[in-house]
Ligand binder design. Structure first.
Ligand SMILES: Cc1cc2nc3c(=O)[nH]c(=O)nc-3n(C[C@H](O)[C@H](O)[C@H](O)COP(=O)(O)OP(=O)(O)OC[C@H]3O[C@@H](n4cnc5c(N)ncnc54)[C@H](O)[C@@H]3O)c2cc1C
Ligand SMILES: *[C@@H]1O[C@H](CO)[C@@H](O)[C@H](O)[C@H]1NC(C)=O
Ligand SMILES: *[C@@H]1O[C@H](CO)[C@@H](O)[C@H](O)[C@H]1NC(C)=O
Ligand SMILES: *[C@@H]1O[C@H](CO)[C@@H](O)[C@H](O)[C@H]1NC(C)=O
Ligand SMILES: *[C@@H]1O[C@H](CO)[C@@H](O)[C@H](O)[C@H]1NC(C)=O
Ligand SMILES: *[C@@H]1O[C@H](CO)[C@@H](O)[C@H](O)[C@H]1NC(C)=O
Ligand SMILES: *[C@@H]1O[C@H](CO)[C@@H](O)[C@H](O)[C@H]1NC(C)=O
Ligand SMILES: *[C@@H]1O[C@H](CO)[C@@H](O)[C@H](O)[C@H]1NC(C)=O
Ligand SMILES: *[C@@H]1O[C@H](CO)[C@@H](O)[C@H](O)[C@H]1NC(C)=O
Ligand SMILES: CC(=O)N[C@H]1CO[C@H](CO)[C@@H](O)[C@@H]1O
Length: 561
């Protein structure tokens, strides 16, 4: 009797797949998948109906809750889990990030779908994406694109959408003499599928004795949001941003055409993909990017105890040193873990490093810190020993806001004094700042070649502020946290009014997104490209080029300030 009921309800559940999805499923050979929340195995209710807890799978989810390697393999997971939730209504399926075993988060609680799409395609070819666009055009069901789920605005999700998951596009190849299709000239380059992550590329590049210029984290995708939004690296001061180094995209545009975009084919689309942002102009299937011959580089690694009594002295030294470090080719990060800078220029020696950073090293040593100067023969060992232990955490509910701080702010005593006050204020109100020093200071930029805000080209710091939510903080508290980040960004804007913001690491409630992320000239051009390649508006995401009203995104919680 019970077995029969189970059978009946199982066949009912299968029959519940709405007609457009059933047709799509047969078109793609039965590979349509139902999307379930990452933490579902820990819950005894799913969308208010009883389900069985799976203790083994739950233990794995709990053990991997704060690890990128676990989250990246689940379509249901984002790196910042508040975006798994429909924050406006608290419809969600979250564990307690401070203690993933905390029973309070699970017992008697229903695991709900949140912002997660109902179904997704685990993309294996461009044809899968073409089917998704055909499906969306005829059914009017919206689409969402997920690669690794790092996006800080949750733009990989839309409730009720069909998900396009690019994570398993994992091809990797190296060519010492790549020629973009229909172009002339050869380049040392790698071609990577849209799902390939930095840790895979760093290992691959090392094996080919070349250096890939990528981000400061293991599991970000190299061809998705990182690349299309700008893509900064600690080597960007010398070698440019990701958008400066990409030679070609293979992309399915919303009309269903599989296109090559490079300097010689679809150059307008190529330009837009170089900074216009992910999920806007099409679904990228692969990209080809420049690599450098293997470079040895100098490393400065300083730890300090930034206590309040020494904070002003600390920031005076850092702000005062920053312009000369940037002009000498140093890139790095200044954050709660310390100060790590690298320099790949052959003209910069270890002795130069010790000399340039002497003041801050002396400060650290005088205050119970450490200072190390080394030469790294290759990127991979540095990445494994120094970056991985300090990479930005995932699995917590992080809210980001940021502003690019121009070189000009560092050039005068008044400007520096103002920045020191901003750092002290930020530390007191939001916690220790996070400063990727990753702007392309020395890179020889061809004006107009990319769509990122021109502020990248004149700035020195990418100054980030951070707020934190918890799995059960109330809507009011969450709105206040988004508001506190918004207010802090407002203070940054007051110090740098004519600058801009990194599209991937801005705040969701940026006052003027078009101006901040692209600048008004780029924006007008981007909108034309958007309308040309996506005239039906099949792709839409929050604060993206051509995005519709905020009311299309009812899960975003809003802010109070
Ligand atoms: C822990 C952490 C560390 C970070 N460190 C850095 C860093 O060092 N440098 C840096 O520049 N940034 C960094 N970022 C920001 C990161 O670059 C962005 O979150 C970026 O959007 C991630 O891209 P993704 O494709 O991996 O992620 P996703 O979240 O999967 O996608 C991001 C956006 O791109 C879209 N998209 C993804 N794939 C495709 C595709 N194939 N075609 C079309 N659209 C697509 C998605 O729809 C979404 O809108 C970091 C973020 C985190 C969480
Ligand atoms: C798609 O079809 C296959 C094969 O018929 C089936 O096993 C699968 O459950 C279907 N997917 C969904 C989401 O119903
Ligand atoms: C589950 O119940 C909550 C609270 O009553 C409701 O908001 C939500 O829509 C329900 N979900 C489903 C899938 O029925
Ligand atoms: C997705 O497809 C790839 C093959 O392209 C396969 O290896 C992987 O197991 C699939 N993952 C899921 C969750 O279906
Ligand atoms: C490539 O080189 C040929 C021969 O020099 C030239 O005619 C052609 O215009 C070049 N094409 C491009 C895209 O530069
Ligand atoms: C790796 O590349 C560097 C720089 O081009 C070169 O000097 C070195 O000989 C190469 N090593 C190997 C093992 O090929
Ligand atoms: C600022 O830095 C310069 C070197 O760039 C140094 O000579 C000077 O003493 C520093 N000033 C302060 C106040 O630290
Ligand atoms: C930070 O700056 C704001 C705005 O100027 C001010 O109201 C606040 O008191 C400052 N806080 C600290 C801790 O400096
Ligand atoms: C959130 O849950 C924790 C236990 O998991 C509890 O201590 C705390 O009081 C809860 N906070 C709110 C706002 O409900
Ligand atoms: C890893 C490493 O080399 N650490 C050294 C850094 O510098 C301090 C002194 O400043 C040494 O004590 C550490 O051993």
């Amino acid at each position: 009797m019970n077995a029969l009921l189970v059978l009946v309800s199982a066949s009912l559940a299968a029959a519940v797949v709405a007609p457009p999805y059933a047709a799509l499923n047969s078109t793609i050979g039965g590979r349509l998948q139902a999307a379930t929340p990452f933490a579902l195995p820990c819950f005894s209710q799913y969308n208010n109906a009883s389900v069985k807890v799976d203790p083994t799978a739950c233990a794995q989810v709990q053990a991997g809750y704060l690890k990128p390697a676990m989250r990246i393999n689940s379509f249901g997971a984002n790196m910042n889990p508040q975006w798994e939730s429909c924050q406006a209504t608290h419809n969600q399926c979250l564990l307690n990030s401070a203690n993933p075993s905390d029973p309070t988060a699970m017992a008697g609680v229903s695991c709900n779908q949140g912002q997660l799409p109902q179904y997704y395609i685990n993309v294996s070819t461009a044809a899968d994406v073409q089917e998704a666009f055909t499906f969306s055009a005829s059914s009017k069901i919206p689409l969402s694109i997920k690669n690794t789920g790092h996006d800080y605005f949750g733009r990989t999700r839309r409730p009720g959408s069909l998900g396009i998951w690019t994570h398993h596009l994992d091809s990797l190849s190296y060519s010492p003499n790549f020629t973009p299709e229909s172009c002339n000239g050869t380049y040392r380059a790698i071609t990577v599928g849209a799902g390939v992550t930095f840790d895979q590329i760093y290992n691959f590049a090392d094996a080919h004795n070349v250096t890939y210029i990528g981000g400061y984290a293991e599991s970000i995708g190299a061809s998705g949001g990182w690349l299309m939004g700008g893509g900064h690296s600690v080597f960007s001061p010398v070698y440019g941003l990701g958008v400066d180094r990409v030679l070609e995209f293979k992309v399915v545009t919303p009309d269903g055409t599989y296109r090559t975009a490079n300097a010689c084919q679809n150059p307008d689309l190529f330009w837009a993909l170089r900074g216009g942002g992910g999920a806007t102009f099409g679904v990228v299937i692969e990209s080809t990017q420049l690599v450098e011959p293997n470079v040895a580089f100098q490393v400065v690694n300083i730890h300090y105890n930034p206590d309040a009594a020494h904070a002003e002295e600390f920031w005076n030294i850092v702000v005062n040193g920053s312009l000369s470090w940037g002009q000498a080719g140093w890139g790095g990060h200044i954050n709660t873990y310390g100060l790590v800078f690298v320099n790949p220029l052959p003209t910069v020696s270890l002795a130069n490093a010790e000399d340039s950073f002497k003041q801050i090293a002396d400060f650290a040593l005088a205050n119970g810190g450490t200072a190390n100067f080394t030469t790294s023969p290759r990127w991979l060992p540095f990445f494994e020993s120094t970056v991985l232990p300090k990479e930005a955490p995932v699995g917590g509910l992080v809210v980001l806001g940021s502003r690019l701080i121009p070189k000009a702010n560092f050039a005068s005593a008044d400007g520096r004094a103002q920045l020191v006050q901003l750092m002290l204020n930020q530390t007191a109100t939001m916690g220790f700042p996070n400063i990727p020093v990753t702007t392309p200071v020395l890179f020889d930029y061809v004006a107009g070649s990319t769509a990122v805000t021109p502020a990248w080209r004149t700035s020195l710091w990418h100054l980030v502020t951070t707020g934190f939510l918890t799995y059960n903080s109330t809507l009011e508290v969450n709105q206040a946290t988004y508001g506190a980040v918004h207010d802090m960004v407002g203070m940054m804007r007051a110090v740098a009014p004519n600058s801009g913001t990194y599209f991937n690491e801005g705040e969701p409630y940026e006052t003027d997104p078009q101006e901040a992320y692209w600048g008004s000239e780029n924006y007008a051009q981007l909108l034309q490209v958007k309308n040309k390649y996506d005239p039906k508006g099949l792709l839409d995401c929050f604060n993206c080029v051509g995005s519709t009203a905020a009311s299309s995104f009812p899960c975003y919680p809003g802010f109070t300030s």
